[in-house]
Design a protein around this ligand. Sequence first.
Ligand code: MV4
Length: 491
Amino acid sequence: MIRKILIANRGEIAIRIMRACREMGIQSVAVYSDADKEALFAKYADEAYFIGPAPATQSYLNMQKVIGAAKQSGADAIHPGYGFLAENPKFASACEQEGIKFIGPSSRVLALLGDKVAARREMIKAGVPVVPGTDECVTQFGQARDIARQTGYPVIIKPSGGGGGIGMTIVESEGELEKALESTQAIAATTFGLADVYIEKYLTNPRHIEFQLLGDAHGHAIHLGERECSIQRRHQKLIEESPSPAVTRKVRKEMGEKAANAIRMVGYEGAGTMEFLFSEGKLYFMEVNARVQVEHPVTEMVTGVDIVKEGIRIASGLPLSLTQKDVLVRGSAIECRINAEDPFADFVPTPGKITSYHAPGGTGVRVDSGVYSGYTISPFYDPMISKLIVWGRDRREAIARMRRALYEYVITGVRSNMPFHKAVMENPRFVKGELGTHFIETETTLPEDMKRIVEREIPLEAKLPHVSEEKRKIAAIAAVAAVTAMHRQGG
Ligand code: MV4
């Protein structure tokens, strides 16, 4: 059994993992950089080790330093969280060699799924539907031309070593293909150290739907239903929900079982996600994310399964604590990523000091964060302040609850993207569940909607002239009154 876990990550996810450790009676070890000396996660852990300067390459991405801290602390396992070293087969292999359990799939499975062409081939073998396209990497123009003629234009060229949307090229016609192939290969070589690319038919404005999966070392694999993550900007998700308004129970069961069977076939151990594109009623495999994801809480809210704990149990060699028939999707959950970004200025990061902070609460509300009043958000890492997650008996209730919670949330000192979230929660197409990956670009009224929402809040704040910045918690109560008034007006 695992007794002590080093968390090779920072921020909210480090705390999320440490919370699971504490409930399981497992000791937790934090590693922190120069920029995170005052961070909550470094205080929350049972022990904390300094691992170097603020740039991640010299701290959170430095395998020797992370493994060194694990050995020094006597940790028997490392949890990588998301990002940083999470899907790095070399890191998993280094842990394996040091006799430290890497909490996640084996280095062999990470290498297989990290190679997108190989992963696509495995999924075809396992009977998972893929977007029409290649089953091997494309090197020659002639090869690319033949595939594109079969699938029809537009096509998309993707780096095999990539993922998450980086370095992809959309090609509208055969005339552009040769140049696009060469440039994508060149970008792939410099970005990922591998020139291999593959080609798929390009789907216009699909939905992004992903299945949460768990696989153990005893040949069991299950799915926890899907999440819809269509609301994204530059491949950064902003709002996620479960279940997807587009997925029926029949499709959930069929595709969930196919996805679970596929990860069982590759010997996947741990929590993982299979990403799909959804277009014209059909799901098409894109890639497997071999880690716990930012948006895992929406699945936890509708299934009641603690995904992080299951991952730790699996790494300890224990079987899954539940079977597929124990999984029930109940109600609806939505997550808003609250970022230190200015939605009125092209979402530029706005790091700085949080001068006052009051998180929402009440029935069905969960806030995963790593900040506090007086904390300074560092410019060195991603600017996520927190994840606000709500549960409702149905999607309507979840939306109403999210609106209520957003208006209770007080963050001063840094600008946040909360006006964006408030605008989306009032957007008629969002409310109807009519989503696509181009939602933000196509909803052209969002900027003016955000402006209107902020202006509506000004008179409320003016009612509280005596309230100092430090006492802004009271403003949260006024804000609730505002939402109530808004609902009365049918706003
Ligand atoms: C696609 C696609 C359309 N057709 N593949 C971008 C993220 C990466 N995981 C895959 N991506 C896409 N692949 C085919 N064949 C459109 C996208 C895409 C996208 C996907 C999910 C969420 C947001 C997106 C934004 C632009 C493009």
